[in-house]
Design a protein around this ligand. Sequence first.
Ligand code: HEC
Length: 171
Amino acid sequence: MKRTYLFAWLVLVSIPLALMHEVSTAAEDPEVTRTRQHVEMLDVLYKTAIVLITDKYVTDPSIFSGASAAKAIFDTMNEHGYHEVRLVGLTDTLISPGLNKPKDAFEEQAKQKLLSGESTHEEVVTLEGKRYLRKATAVPVVMERCVMCHANFKGNEGAIGTLVYTVPLIE
Ligand code: HEC
């Protein structure tokens, strides 16, 4: 008799516990949510800077481009150990194909997704025991002036590039 009670009690307690576990594993990891918000903030910052530089200063094709300036900033942020950002071209005609073409499977997947109309692509990866959010966001031809140096962008209304972030998860 006692054993039956114990069994019933165990079953009653374990059902809600199992359900709670189900809910907590289904909910998103707060570290991922936080890091995604951080990347969204960086994306607005970097894209605003590139557009402003291009609009206000880059009046001639011989002038140091917004892309070149942004890449110098990305290098500095990487050297300081904050995060990695890459400017990747998604068209067949790149100014710096050696540096700016997709370099790994994630960037190739991002290229396919963004070219098919998605605005972002992301995954969480573990590198040497540390977790990172990798996220690619679309770069469209935001202004007519882009065509001054990238003739092949003319008339392209989709994504012609992407910023690819690799950011350590914020604990
Ligand atoms: C003054 C000329 C110039 C203008 C204007 C310009 N770019 Fe570029 N762009 C460059 C140069 C130079 C590079 C290569 C930079 C490097 O890799 O160091 C580049 C690289 C890129 C790349 C990476 C792929 C590639 O071709 O190497 C993308 C994407 C890109 N630019 C998008 C844009 C967009 C969007 C605009 C308009 C907001 C724009 N560019 C305006 C000169 C320009």
